[in-house]
Design a protein around this ligand. Structure first.
Ligand code: SAM
Length: 406
């Protein structure tokens, strides 16, 4: 088997990067652990002299621009947080080179796949190793877009496992149309007998399999004789317990307890959000904070307001609050000055956004830490493991691709 000559991270580089990120995240924990939404006045606002003025000087457009640009975040925050200067280097991950053994994905394999998904699949397929396993397994395959692409360009059969029968049915039809050697099994990957699918002649691929789904794959690849895997993880918190369980021994030896909310931090991106979505998110936050302030002050009621369906945000603010009060069997003693509470909500939402600029500096370091925990687990299981990115962040912010083989 060919050695990996790509400039991606492998062997000791994975361990060194994990150790450096562990130090950064532990040293800076007071800056990223508290959620501004729950704690409007975190301790660091007082201890980091001058940071409050620097954040308050930013206009709404600047906040959004800085939030999606790591370099700008570092420039803004480095005078107050010296560790910020290390973050670009600690987060630099080389791109997987194109695999010369693979043909460019054939048009017939990707027909009907929408824009950004198509770019992701093309990039993933081109970055896959020239592994020699005769069979591929697409884990949590959806409609099997990746499977079709690989079956056509790598000329090997692919088995898709997917829980949703409807997706399997649609995927089968698309595979027949594309003349791709793709089979589907409607399967819940948490079923005990799924291990039988990971035979020594099988190489598994998984594009954006969520937390517990890809954890299951990693464990099975580790314990079975499967040839290896190519995994682009996403939604690290889903199908997982409330507290993060490190996969690797290296991860378990770092004292870094993580709640589900803290794990979610690494997914808080505005990089691919349309301006309309960004405005809707801010409005939702402002209204929830306004409703909370009103309930706390007028009714001595302090339960936070969770995410609300988008259609409620099209109501006038007063009606929006009344729906929440009705759900909680609360009645206002007198009519409320809705404008006042709405204005307060918007002020608090902008304040939260400013505080989040600090927390968001640690999104990518935390994501990389989680992915390196997976990489080190595979190393500990005796697999040769490498990490690179497979596409730009504008194609998908979940662009880390871990590949491992026996
Ligand atoms: C984020 S989608 C990714 C789909 C596909 N890999 C892609 O990139 O288009 C995750 C997929 O996992 C499937 N899934 C969720 N839970 C599952 C389970 N327990 N067993 C198998 N598939 C599951 C979902 O139905 C969904 O199709």
């Amino acid at each position: 088997m060919n050695p990996i000559k790509a400039p991606v991270l492998g062997a000791s580089a994975l361990q060194a990067r994990f150790a450096a990120l562990s130090t950064l995240l532990k040293d800076c924990a007071p800056l990223w652990r508290p959620e501004p939404r729950q704690n409007l006045w975190p301790h660091w606002l007082q201890t980091l002299s001058g940071i409050q003025n620097a954040l308050e000087a930013l206009g709404a457009e600047q906040i959004l621009a800085i939030d999606s640009d790591l370099t700008a975040q570092v420039q803004l925050l480095e005078p107050f947080i010296p560790q910020a200067a290390q973050i670009p280097d600690l987060c630099a991950v080389p791109r997987w080179p194109s695999n010369p053994g693979l043909e460019a994905p054939a048009e017939r394999a990707l027909r009907g796949v929408p824009g950004r998904k198509r770019d992701q699949i093309e990039a993933f397929a081109q970055s896959s190793w020239a592994d020699t396993a005769p069979r591929l397994l697409d884990w949590c395959a959806g409609k099997g877009h990746l499977a079709r692409t690989l079956a056509v360009s790598a000329g090997r059969p692919v088995l898709c496992v997917e829980r949703e029968a409807r997706l399997c049915r649609l995927g089968r039809g698309m595979a027949i149309e594309a003349r791709a050697q793709v089979q589907f099994q409607t399967y819940d990957v948490f079923e005990p007998d799924v291990e039988g699918l990971l035979a020594p002649d099988v190489f598994a691929v998984a594009l954006h399999a969520c937390g517990g789904l890809h954890r299951r794959l990693l464990k099975l690849v580790g314990s079975s004789g499967a040839a290896g895997l190519a995994l682009a993880p996403c939604c690290y918190h889903l199908f997982e317990p409330d507290t993060y369980q490190p996969l690797s021994l290296a991860g378990a030896s770092v004292d870094m307890p993580l709640t589900r909310a803290q794990v979610r931090l690494c997914l808080q991106e505005s990089v691919v959000g349309a301006a309309r979505d960004v405005r809707a998110r801010l409005r939702g936050l402002a209204w929830r904070l306004g409703a909370e302030a009103l309930m706390s002050e007028l009714l001595d009621h302090s339960l936070p307001v969770g995410k609300v369906p988008g259609k409620r945000l099209r109501l006038p603010f007063g009606d929006f609050v009344q729906t929440i009060l009705a759900e909680r069997d609360l009645v206002l003693p007198q009519s409320a000055d809705w404008d006042r509470w709405e204005t307060l909500g918007w002020q608090r939402a902008e304040h939260v956004q400013r505080l989040e600029l600090v927390r968001h500096l640690f999104r990518r370091p935390l994501e990389l830490w989680l992915v390196l925990d997976r990489a080190l687990f595979l190393q500990e299981q005796g697999l040769e493991t490498h990490l690179g990115i497979f596409c730009t962040r504008s194609t998908t912010p979940r662009n880390l691709l871990l590949q491992a083989r026996r």
